[in-house]
Design a protein around this ligand. Structure first.
Ligand code: NAD
Ligand code: HSO
Ligand code: ZN
Length: 432
């Protein structure tokens, strides 16, 4: 791990030490994404098929979640697997249902005026479920369940095929539990382009794209917003990130386990340790080696660890400063005084507080969606919430008396702006 002593760094050295690698915004990634969008726009589903075959070895298929297919998938899973999935689905459903907003309060700034915010589900949500190196059916749960709770009528779900072209049985079982009618077996930037441009046969173009992915997928989502007017995305959600803040009370084994849990996602995953206790460093390094020895995805985790960073700080204030500047996707706190640290935090996708709050719990089953902002986007974006699937608008009503109260002020301001038609539209309300 590259080590930095926070107090020894100038302001610009601190920014450099905390910057993400350049390769995510690699011009070649954007070039590939643009080429794919051009082709999908020009040739539609035929282009999606060609890219899918070329990059993933299989053409796109709409896998309808029929009763027979779901039963077969469930038969290929153990009762314990299904129980775990159902617990996760229930926690995610309950958390998002609890946060479902009802219409806002009716606000009357003057007599005869009433203002109320109401919420509506978006019409078509494009849900991306990663599957390049691991079938992340947990992401299906973390996107499709909140979309269901929000009442989104068209939920289009895509995920890349396994090498042999199959879908993991849990993708099918979880898809059914999340109320999906089908899962499209297609991934990568071409799947994003297909959802964004309405090129998945008769599936309508997505109003908003959701879900995380590797640098191609993340760039394709960003590029969709540049290219297609009106389309939205949930947030920039690229390769996983974890920052751990530790003090002398921390357990080196748990720190290493949490760091490796995100490092094993992707060679591009970012893991960072911020420690108030220099003596922890050797223990964490030893634990990392010991745990890597038996990890099936050790090669990916090692590649990620090559970019890992370690910051030595001398106070909780300094630790919070590092976290707030970096804005990690996940922030795990292994410090004795959580109540002193948490109020100082301003930028993180989600925070795991204390010894027992494993990041893994949030990834699978705690309840909030695990789709979270990366690359510093946590400074300005939320992770997926129930609101991500809703739009809202304010219904503005006025009685004759309300119009009489507000029209003179509105007309006067309009005339000051030189907008006579606006002013007349206010004045005429006094005549009817
Ligand atoms: N931020 C979050 O909330 C969050 C949540 C879960 C996972 N993740 C991240 O999602 C990512 C999943 O990545 P993944 O690769 O396993 O799956 P993925 O589904 O995101 O990407 C796989 C697809 O990428 C495309 N691809 C691969 N190499 C390409 C190339 N050279 N050119 C063009 N396209 C190419 C292929 O079509 C392939 O199907 C990881 O980085 C993981 O850390 C993030
Ligand atoms: N840690 C990922 C978000 O960065 C989510 C995930 C899915 N499966 C396991 N983990
Ligand atoms: Zn994870």
């Amino acid at each position: 791990m590259k080590t930095f002593i926070w107090n020894d760094l100038s302001a610009s050295e601190r920014r450099t030490a905390l910057s993400r690698p350049e390769n995510r915004r690699d011009a070649r990634v954007l070039e590939t994404v643009k080429t794919i969008f051009d082709d999908v726009e020009a040739r539609g589903f035929a282009a999606v098929t060609d890219w899918a075959t070329r990059l993933d070895g299989h053409s796109p298929v709409r896998v309808e979640l029929t009763r027979g297919l779901v039963d077969e998938a469930r038969a290929n899973l153990s009762a314990e697997d299904i129980e775990a999935m159902e617990l996760a689905v229930e926690h995610v459903r309950a958390f998002h249902a609890a946060e479902l907003p009802s219409a806002g309060p009716v606000i009357a700034p003057s007599q005869g005026l009433s203002l109320q915010r109401v919420y509506r589900p978006i019409s078509t949500a494009g849900l991306y479920v990663p599957g390049g190196t691991a079938p992340l059916f947990s992401t299906l749960i973390m996107t499709a369940v909140p979309a269901l709770v929000a009442g989104v009528p068209n939920r289009v779900c895509v995920t890349p095929p396994a090498k042999d072209g199959s879908l993991h049985p849990m993708m099918i079982a979880a898809g059914a539990a999340a109320g999906l009618e089908a899962v499209w077996r297609v991934g990568g930037a071409h799947a994003i382009a297909a959802m964004a441009l309405g090129a998945l046969r008769d599936v309508p173009a997505a109003d908003k794209l959701f879900g995380p992915g590797n640098k191609y997928v993340a760039e394709a989502k960003r590029y969709a917003t540049e290219r297609i007017s009106g389309i939205a995305i949930d947030m920039p959600a690229g390769p996983s990130e974890l920052m751990v803040i530790a003090d002398a009370s921390a357990n080196a084994k748990l720190i290493a386990a949490d760091l490796l849990s995100q490092a094993e996602h992707d060679a591009d995953a970012q893991v960072v340790l911020v420690t108030l206790e220099a003596n922890l460093i050797a223990d964490v390094a030893a634990e990392l080696e010991a745990q890597l020895a038996t990890l099936p995805r050790a090669a990916i985790a090692r590649a990620s660890l090559e970019q890992a960073r370690l910051f030595v700080v001398d106070s909780l204030e300094a630790a919070a400063e590092v976290a707030n500047l970096y804005g990690p996707e996940h922030l795990a706190l292994q410090v004795a005084d959580l109540d002193a640290l948490i109020p100082q935090l301003t930028a993180a996708g989600t925070v795991f507080a204390g010894t027992y709050a494993a990041e893994t719990f949030g990834d699978y089953a705690a309840g909030p969606s695990h789709v979270l902002p990366t690359d510093g986007a946590a400074r300005a974006w939320d992770g997926i919430t129930i609101r991500s699937f809703l739009t809202s608008f304010v219904v503005q009503r006025a009685t004759k008396q309300g119009a009489a109260t507000i029209a003179p002020a509105a007309a006067r301001l309009a005339r000051l702006e030189g907008l006579e038609a606006h002013a007349l539209a206010a004045d005429f309300r006094l005549e009817v």
